[in-house]
Design a protein around this ligand. Structure first.
Ligand SMILES: [Zn+2]
Length: 303
């Protein structure tokens, strides 16, 4: 049974202390209960440092080791408040908003937190799209559309894949790609879409190998002026509006993947109205992703 806070008052009541936050995270990290990694015994002393010490062999296991929260100097309670804030923001969280809510001293700190948390918005090993999937590429950060294929150097390309049943949109995947050559596009589609699915594209030669790669490839052609790929183009318009609106266009290309992940997380859960469930999902992903160190962030932000 998945438990999560239903609203603000439950959040405040259930996760009021560091101890309660640790117990909650432990229930997510070890859903079947803690088991010692050395002797497989289930009994442990829970230390105030967040360490589980096996009562049989004394092996110490850190609750946060190997998770997004590894090496953090901040209490879990503050991380939980940050995640709660983010999942309550319908149109995307801003570093400034997070700084205010948590009373963080610097904007940079808030920004770094937000970037860490965005990594927990992608389910590790997530399912690929299936059914009927419309696929196209779009440019980001450049007014003039350049050549496709290998001539796209210097521009940022995003591969967009969206499931649909007629006009009804399903799940979305966004992937930054270096170019739109066939050698890039085919493996990228394989990453995002399960074999056997119907993949709809325009007539671009780069998609020519899809049929040989196990897909039902549907090349859409029209002589009319109406939009060839309406579902995927609607999503492209939404993503771009969100990137420009929520983030005021102030996005470094080196960080684009993080923003795409946040958008995908929100889009794929757009019909879920439970803030508590989103909160729980972010924590579930957070215990599965590698820790991100401050030095990684610095390296990224100077790119
Ligand atoms: Zn043990």
């Amino acid at each position: 049974m998945e438990s999560y806070p239903q609203d603000q008052s439950e959040f405040d009541a259930l996760l009021a202390s560091e101890e309660a936050c640790r117990a909650y995270l432990a229930s997510i990290r070890w859903p079947a209960g803690f088991v010692c990694p050395r002797c497989a015994q289930p009994k442990a002393w829970v230390k105030t440092t967040g360490v589980w010490e096996c009562v049989h062999c004394g092996t110490q296991t850190s609750l946060t080791a190997g998770t997004l929260f590894q090496d953090t100097r901040s209490p879990l309670r503050v991380w939980f408040q940050a995640i709660w804030y983010i999942t309550g923001q319908k149109y995307g969280a801003s570093a400034l908003g997070l700084q205010r809510v948590l009373g963080l001293g610097s904007y940079h700190t808030a920004w770094a937190w937000l970037h860490r948390l965005r990594r927990a918005m992608v389910r590790p090993g997530r399912d690929r799209l299936h059914g009927v999937v419309q696929v196209d590429e779009t440019f980001w950060g450049s007014e003039q559309a350049g050549k496709r294929g290998r001539g796209a150097a210097g521009k940022t390309l995003i591969l967009v894949a969206v499931e649909h049943t007629g006009r009804k949109l399903g799940r979305l995947r966004l992937l930054r790609i270096p170019d739109a050559a066939g050698e890039t596009l085919i493996p990228a589609v394989q990453d995002l879409v399960a074999p056997g699915s119907t993949v709809e594209t325009d007539g671009w030669a780069g998609y020519g190998g899809l049929a040989k790669s196990g897909y039902q490839h549907q090349v859409l052609r029209t002589e009319a002026i109406e939009d060839l790929l309406p579902q995927v183009h609607l999503v492209v318009a939404l993503v771009k509006r969100w990137l420009l609106g929520t983030h005021q266009g102030g996005i470094q290309v080196s960080h684009l993947e993080y923003y795409l992940d946040e958008y995908t997380f929100r889009f794929n859960r757009r019909t879920s109205h439970s803030r508590g469930l989103l909160f729980r999902r972010v924590l579930e992903y957070a215990v599965q992703v590698d820790p991100l160190r401050e030095s990684d962030l610095r390296a990224k932000s100077t790119q």
